[in-house]
Every structure is written in structure tokens, then in C-alpha cells.
Write a protein that binds this ligand. Sequence first.
Ligand SMILES: [Zn+2]
Length: 199
Amino acid sequence: MEIITTSAGKKRLAHNGFVYTKKKTSKSTIRWECSQRAANSCKGAVVTDINMTTINSTTTHNHEGDQFHVEAMKLREDILSTATANRGQPGQIIADKLITRPVEVRAAIGKTESLKRAIRRKKRGVVPVEPAGSVGIPHPLPPQYTTTQPEGDKSFLIYDNAFTDARLLVFASDTGLRLLGMAETWLCDGTHSTAPKHI
Ligand SMILES: [Zn+2]
């Protein structure tokens, strides 16, 4: 039996290839129901003691347990918490996490696109809301935009003209500027697809 805390702070119980969600807590026991209850009409359930250390009783499932399904659920939570804690590309984070896993786990975790969507949904709760237009960009810029992440203490905003109708913001890290200073040739590119809409 294994207790897993999801990236949303919820508890899951994994046992014999089944995943359970916490349903009801009484004085001395907790009732957990099969995570496939809705999708599969499975009535599988377990009751544990309040400290989640022993299983007191089990109700049979209408499907087989699948350890790969359990591993996929854990991997999904791992990907979600890594992606929300980092500013890296979700696609890259997913690829890095999947590469070492068995093919069965990669199959059980589902489509990369739906994982990316889950990451975007989760990040929306963590990353500040994008301004509606250049007029909506506050001045001075709040600190979370002016320093590098995840350290949050290194200067990133190097210029701000403060004109609301023609705002010009220049961002660069010290490391990036040093690299530019050393380079003999500079190649320029357009707005990165990852930048907020109005930047
Ligand atoms: Zn079940």
C-alpha cells in the first residue's frame, strides 16, 4: 500500500495495481474508492485505519489491477508538479520524464497533448494573469516579472520606458548579456511563441 499526494494536494492510495481516491473519513477509518468508479462503474473500495497504515477491508473490482496504471498516475503527478515549479517548456519536461520509463507506463499515461493541457491549466493558477493589452501592464512592473526564475533574485528587467501607449520593456539576464558581449555575431528572431500575448 502506498499513499501518494497529488500536485493538487489530494491523497491517493495505490494498492495491488489499483488507485483509490479518498472518499470519507470517520473517527477511526478512511474509505477509499476506485479511481475508475465513474469511468468503469467499478465499486472497488478499501477501508484503512485513520493513519493510513493498514487496510481493514476491501471490496472487489470489476477489472484487473494494473501496476503500469499506478506508475503512470505517479508519473503524471510528478510531471505536473515539476512543470508548475519550473518555467521550462511543458513539452520538454514531459519528454525528459517519459524517456526513462517503460513503454507500458508511457502508454498508460495517455496523450502528451492532454498532459500539456493539464500543465497549462495548472500553471494558470500559479502564473499571474496576462494583461489584456499594453495599457494594462502595470508600472512599475511587479517583482515576479523583473527577476529570473526560479531563483527570483537575479535582475531580468533592464529597461522600461514607462509609456503606457507605447510600452517598451527590455529583459535580459546578466548571464545572457555576458554571452552576447562575447559573441562576434548576433542573430535576431521574432517574438517567441512562449511569450505572453502582448509581448
Ligand atoms: Zn476498480
